[in-house]
Design a protein around this ligand. Structure first.
Ligand code: ZN
Length: 86
C-alpha cells in the first residue's frame, strides 16, 4: 500500500500536466496581432504602415481608413474599410 505522501506527489504531478495542456489551449485560442505581423501590414491604398486601433481594427493614419480584423485576420481591402471622420 502506497504511503500518503507518495499519493499526494502523484496527484500534484497530474495537476501540473493538466495545467500545461490548458495553457497551450489558451495560447491557441487567444488571437493577437503580433508586433512582427503589424510591421508587414500596410494600407493597400497608400502603402503606409497600419496601427492597431482597439482589438479588432487597424487604422491608417495617412488616409484615416480603418480596416476590420475578423477572427484574427486583418481584412486589408479598400471596400471593407471605413473612413474615420475626425
Ligand atoms: Zn491609407
Amino acid at each position: 500500500m502506497p504511503s500518503v505522501s507518495s499519493v499526494v506527489n502523484d496527484l500534484q504531478g497530474r495537476d501540473r500536466k493538466r495545467f500545461g495542456r490548458s495553457t497551450a489551449d489558451e495560447l491557441e485560442l487567444g488571437i493577437m496581432i503580433s508586433p512582427d505581423l503589424l510591421e508587414i501590414l500596410a494600407c493597400p491604398v497608400c502603402r503606409k504602415p497600419l496601427v492597431l486601433r482597439g482589438e479588432d481594427s487597424l487604422k491608417c493614419n495617412e488616409c484615416k481608413r480603418v480596416y476590420p480584423i475578423r477572427n484574427g485576420i486583418p481584412i486589408l481591402l479598400e471596400p471593407e474599410a471605413t473612413i474615420e471622420q475626425l
